[in-house]
Design a protein around this ligand. Sequence first.
Ligand SMILES: C[S@@+](CC[C@H](N)C(=O)[O-])C[C@H]1O[C@@H](n2cnc3c(N)ncnc32)[C@H](O)[C@@H]1O
Length: 279
Amino acid sequence: MIRALFVAFILCFAAATAAQTPVNAGPYVPSPSSVVSDMLTLAAVGPNDFVIDLGSGDGRIVLTAAKVFGARGFGVEIKDDLVKLSNEAAQKQGVADRVKFMKQDLFKTDVSQATVLTMYLLPNTVNMLSDKLLKELKIGTRIISHDYPLSGWLPERTIEMDLQEKVDISGVTTTIIYLYVVPAMVAGNWNASVPASVAKQAMSIELKQHITRVSGNAKVDGKLVALEGIRLKGDQLRFNLAGRKGIEFTGSVRGNLIEGEVAAAGVKTPWSAKLATGS
Ligand SMILES: C[S@@+](CC[C@H](N)C(=O)[O-])C[C@H]1O[C@@H](n2cnc3c(N)ncnc32)[C@H](O)[C@@H]1O
């Protein structure tokens, strides 16, 4: 009995300790300076941006974002010495009023303030963050991942290059930077109001969604028509109707409403849709 209690105590203690120890999301390996610059350029970082680097190492991404691109931001890092080094560098570089570095577990960091989120982490860590990023980041936030993709997400763009200095890190020269944009949620049934040149009756649209991938169909004057060429970038949706050449829908998603223009035979007319049932 006493032995069983002792084992239970040890197990509870181990679980509690494990719960407090941050998951190691990756060793300290700084992104080469040229990659930092490419990451921030790919995200089109500017003075209105707030950049968050998860696992900020020596702070170089957020420091460059402030110094070269005029942005604000913060980095979180588990290693004390790196946090100290980064804050000292921010002072020296004259950007301490716009950036800061905190000793903090990246998995527990509130990232909702970001307009640009960067990471250079282990492949499995990147994917452990997928749900958190979708839940916390604002629609339209740009996510930049150095070398490892977010599985299930369609990148908006990727840049691939060969860097000799990466051989020591990953064994190969290949370097990839992925740009993703946090999508609006569009899954569900929508009641659309479209011009008569597209449909005589009210049109209904059914959209299915997996992160950034969207597919669907529309009921146009009683006929089921597949949606083709669907693209969702942040809150910007576009699609065509199969078999209806020259008709293109574009629109902005604002919660339960989509508003935009439909181009038919070269003429642009407003259209809108209201969410009837979400999923
Ligand atoms: C590959 S380095 C990237 C450094 C920097 N972002 C860059 O690209 O130069 C990953 C960093 O994440 C830090 N890290 C690992 N796990 C972490 C965690 N759970 N919370 C915060 N930082 C973490 C490591 O200490 C390391 O400095």
